[in-house]
Design a binder for this molecule. Sequence first.
Ligand SMILES: NC(=O)c1ccc[n+]([C@@H]2O[C@H](COP(=O)([O-])OP(=O)(O)OC[C@H]3O[C@@H](n4cnc5c(N)ncnc54)[C@H](OP(=O)(O)O)[C@@H]3O)[C@@H](O)[C@H]2O)c1
Length: 301
Amino acid sequence: MISIEALRNMEIPAQTIVITGANSGIGFEAAKFLAAKGAHVIMGVRSLVRGDEALALIEEEVEKPHVSVLELDLSSLKSIEAFVATVKKTVDSVDVLINNAGIMAVKEGKTQDGFERQLGINHLGHFALTAQLFDHLSLKARIVNVSSQAHLMGSFDFDNLQYENGGYKPFKAYAQSKLANITFTHALNDKLKDKSIQAITVHPGVAKTGLFGRKDGVFAFRLFSPLMGLFAQPASLGALPTIAAAIHPSVTANEFLGPKEKGHKGYLTQNDRINPKALDKKTQAALWQASETLTGVTFPL
Ligand SMILES: NC(=O)c1ccc[n+]([C@@H]2O[C@H](COP(=O)([O-])OP(=O)(O)OC[C@H]3O[C@@H](n4cnc5c(N)ncnc54)[C@H](OP(=O)(O)O)[C@@H]3O)[C@@H](O)[C@H]2O)c1
C-alpha cells in the first residue's frame, strides 16, 4: 500500500514528466504536485491560453517551477505529431508519460481524423502519442494510463468499434474508451517484456473536475455537476493515484492503482477490480490491431 503521507514526503530524482490534459482537474493537480517535487513537467494542452493560465496558478504555489506548456490536441493526429516533434526538440528524453486527458459521456461526434470522439481522444490519440514518443522514453520510463472504474461497464464490438452501424450511447462509448485505456496498458506491457519500461493504469475515484460539466456532455451529468462538491473528492486527491503511478518506487507493470477507501487513507493495487476483457489476449491483439490501422501509427517494438 502506498500512503499519501509517504507520497507527499517523497523526494524524487530529476526527471521529465509529460502530462496530457494538464491545464485542469486531475492533470493540473498532478502537474502542480510533480513540479513542486522539482520535476520538469511538460503540460500538453489543447489551448495554450488555458495552459498559460494553469501555469500562472502553479507559479502562485510553487517557487520557480520547471514547466513547459505545449499545444496538444488529441483529436488531431497532426497535432499529436507536432507535439511529439516539439517534445523531442525540447528534452533529451522523457521519464514519465501520463496519458490523462479525456472527455466523458459527450454527444456523438467525430475527431478531426473522423474517429468517434471518446475512443479517438481518450484512447486512439494516446495510443498514437505513446507510439511516437516511445523511442524518446528513458530506459526505465513509466507510461501511466488514466482509466476509470467505468471501464468495468465497457465492452468492445470490433465490428462496430466506432458505432459506425449505430448504437452510440454517451456513457457506453466512455466505458469502452476507458476499457481501451486499461487493455492498452496490458497489451503494451506484454510487448515490453524484455524492457525496463513499464505501463500502469490508474483510476482516480470520483473527483470534482470539469469532466462532468461539459457543455457537450449528457444533460444528467451537467445537472449533477454543481452538486458534485457534496460527495466527490477534490481533484487534488483524485490526482494521487496518478502521482503514485508516476513516481512511487514500489509500483510495477500492470498495476491498477486507485483509492483504497473513502477518506483516502492510502492507495492500493486493485487488480481484483480489472475487467477480465482487458486481460484477454485476443481482445488485446484486436484493439492493438485496430488502433494501429486507424491511426496509421506503429510502435517501434
Ligand atoms: N473526475 C473523475 O471523477 C474521474 C473519474 C474517473 C476517471 N477520470 C479520468 O481522469 C482524466 C482527467 O479528467 P478530469 O476529471 O481531470 O477532467 P477535466 O478537468 O475535464 O480534465 C480533462 C482534461 O483533458 C483535456 N482534453 C479534453 N479533450 C482534449 C483533446 N482533444 N486534446 C487534449 N486535451 C484534451 C481537457 O482540456 P480542455 O480544458 O481544453 O478541455 C482537460 O485539460 C480523464 O481521462 C478521465 O476519464 C476522472
